[in-house]
Design a protein around this ligand. Sequence first.
Ligand code: PLP
Length: 437
Amino acid sequence: LNELDDAEIDVIDPSLPPLLRGHPDIHLRSGVIKASRLAAQSEHNAEKAFFVADLGQVYRQHQRWKRFLPGIEPFYAVKCNPDPFVLRLLAALGAGFDCASSGEISQVLQIGGVDPSKIIFANPCKATSFIRNAAKSGVDMMTFDNGDELYKIARVHPKARLVIRILTDDSKSLCRLGLKFGAPLVTVPGLLRKAKELGLNVVGVSFHVGSGCYDSNAFSDAIMRARSAFDMGKEAGYDFTVLDVGGGFEDGNFETNASVLSSAIDRYFPVRESIRIIAEPGRFYVSKAFRLAANIIARRAPMGDCSDQRSDVDSSQPTVMYYINDGVYGAFNCILFDHQVVHPYVLSMGGSFHLPSPVILRASSVWGPTCDSIDCVCPVTQLPAQLSVGDWLAFENMGAYTICAASQFNGFEISSVIYTDGGGSGSAEVRRALGRG
Ligand code: PLP
């Protein structure tokens, strides 16, 4: 955990923006950013974009989960952000893991100390070799939603504990997963009959309301359908013991979703002593915990006086184009794949953290560093007219579905991560959980 040690921060000014508070290389004195270690490094390293991961925030989300959903065990969805420190922290806190591939299963087991029973292989359509690997690794719990999957499992992992993934209404979510996965309820009796015929052990039901779910009713509707699937299980001769309520939890409406979900569980599963309820949250745990700082590496602005305000120009249309050193082929792939809209804020300008007064805002656009014109981070945003090459922009909520899908297209490196315990509530617990006492 040397990285975490390195991440101890000399916080001089508590009013620093959170991102700077987490940066080990930046010490702020009298409002001037002094990039002490960076200055000693190469020019290339000094201008590299970087994430700051506040592990204290991950810890606090876990506390929030336990408080509002005490009866539901979180199995963190590794796909969302397989950061090794996030995984180690969550493992130490006793969370389980939702894995989608052999690679993710290996990564979790390599942490050490995670029992294979704390993993659900939650991909309903798996390669046969992956199912075989799961069997070898002792990972038994896995989802299915079709008959072919049952034949594969019967062949290579007949002792698996199967969870049938049912289709639920995902129309009120950012990323709809029902287009690809989930057995419609009408098909469930047939699938369960087939599973019985093959001598397979189906232990429960799972669903996913879609990632970034903004309508709590999706959870109650899904629980109602899960109840029907449990009843179908009984008719097929099974006694289900697992209810997996999937992911879809958001930071902003978590408490509301948790309350609607809990009430629905109370209503449809009033007797549940023998039922283990699990979930597969991803975004909820990491979205806010990661911020990204990117350097302005180039600018295209009208020649002449850049602060010139011509009256015949439509001020809502961008006149200045900023090019930063991360883009949609990197961390901002979330714009394309995860339907995110990102908003930059100014981290530093002219080497100073203090914005000039008054700030003249100008409609601007922000672009990634590649040679592709799809690489647009922000088509229109208001940024200070004085902003120029070498200044830094920052972006919040960059922890979910960002780094994990970043590419090195055009030879650009994936932005590295700097870790901090956040220094706030939970920081001591983070250190303890990671063995840094
Ligand atoms: N479980 C499964 C099977 C998923 O496919 C996903 C996301 O795609 C998740 C859990 C995590 O969802 P979220 O990040 O919305 O919580």
